[in-house]
Design a protein around this ligand. Structure first.
Ligand SMILES: Cc1ncc(COP(=O)(O)O)c(C=O)c1O
Length: 359
């Protein structure tokens, strides 16, 4: 039997958030950090229009989408690459820059796909400690070796919801060994007040790269669109391994309309900001703690894994699906997407009933 390359069989398959509960109607899914308000109607219209050109190959250079992203974010479109989700961009980075004998470094509570992409490239995944559920720049710098090629951090991070500021990011970038690239995963960047996702840092340095997604803010997780921004030389490298038609016409059209619909995006950011505070306070009132979140979810902390598991089961019975953080080495935590107001109220109500049932 043919054998796969080293590392491939060490990959544990990524599990997506559950979306249905057998026998329960009226389920609210808060397990994948999706936009509770759906996608922009303009994106939906653009998607629908693409039905008229199904026989045509899509653009291979994504010029229009890159131009739209560049205009909205004030970035040079030539320094942008688009992919099937930001997952694909991270995959391109690992495939291009990390192979056998190289190390891909991330934080111990970092997003699970970093390990998968590192192993798929034949590289060695390395974790830096993350005390207090916050990215630790000193731990990352201490974990760097001459084999470190990529350092990937999500800022804000999933599943913790915490982030580090511009000063810390710059200190990290400045302290990296030569030949290493800092990748700032900005999947949740728009939910953090006053944060540019690291774009400013990229502009001033050639050892920093930023990834972004249409899956969270723009509610297009089902379509799979993400992008990356970095030095032209890096974009050139990544484009060489990118499939020329990695994005369909429907993806390109919907993403372009979505990024141009600022009202829709701004409304969601404002509503998320209001409701994540409300939800965290409602949880705190019943003794469930969480770190201040900079994303579109909160990480609820329980006394231990048993209590978190019981609360998860209780919420499911109430038709609410949240995400256990056990796979992220946080078995005493549940990650809960900030939904719309009705969903947040439902979570708070069910959690209160859970807590009272145990008094
Ligand atoms: C931190 C982080 N990065 C990247 C992604 C992947 O996003 P995409 O849907 O763009 O592949 C996610 C999705 O949950 C995420 O949480």
């Amino acid at each position: 039997m043919i054998t796969p390359k080293p590392g491939i069989m060490d990959i544990a398959m990524y599990q997506g958030g559950q979306s249905a509960l057998p026998g329960v109607d009226d389920v609210v899914k808060l397990s994948s950090n999706e936009n509770p308000f759906g996608a922009s109607p303009m994106a939906a219209e653009a998607y629908a229009r693409s039905v008229h050109s199904l026989h045509r190959y899509p653009s291979a250079d994504h010029f229009e989408l890159r131009t739209a992203i560049g205009e909205v974010h004030g970035l040079d479109p030539d320094c942008i690459i688009c992919g099937a989700g930001s997952d694909e961009i991270i995959h391109f980075l690992c495939q291009s820059y990390a192979g056998s004998g190289d190390e891909v470094l991330y934080t111990e509570l970092g997003f699970l796909m970093y390990r998968i992409s590192a192993l798929a490239a034949g590289a060695t995944p390395v974790e830096a400690s993350e005390p207090e559920r916050v990215t630790d720049v000193d731990a990352l710098l201490a974990a760097c070796t001459e084999r470190t090629r990529l350092i990937v951090i999500a800022n804000p991070n999933n599943p913790t919801g915490t982030m580090i500021g511009g000063g810390e990011l710059a200190r990290l970038a400045d302290g990296l060994p030569d030949g290493a690239l800092l990748v700032l995963d900005g999947a949740y960047a728009e939910f953090a007040d006053g944060y540019d996702g690291g774009a400013g840092l990229v502009a001033g340095r050639d050892n920093v790269f930023m990834t972004r997604t249409f899956s969270k803010l723009y509610g297009l997780g089902g379509l799979r669109i993400g992008w990356g921004y970095g030095a032209r030389e890096i974009i050139d490298v990544l484009n060489r391994i990118r499939g020329p038609f990695n994005l369909s016409q429907a993806q390109l059209a919907a993403a372009e309309a979505a990024v141009r619909d600022r009202d829709f995006a701004d409304r969601y950011v404002a509503e998320n900001r209001r409701l994540r505070v409300w939800l965290a306070e409602a949880m705190a009132e019943i003794g469930v703690r969480s770190d201040p979140s900079c994303a579109n979810f909160v990480l609820a902390r329980f006394a231990d894994a048993a209590e978190a598991g019981s609360c998860d089961a209780w919420l499911r019975q109430a038709g609410i699906i949240v995400r256990s953080a056990a796979g992220y080495k946080l078995p005493h935590c549940l990650r809960i997407t900030v939904g719309d107001e009705a969903s947040c109220r439902r979570v708070a109500h069910a959690m209160r009933a859970f807590k009272e049932s145990r008094e």
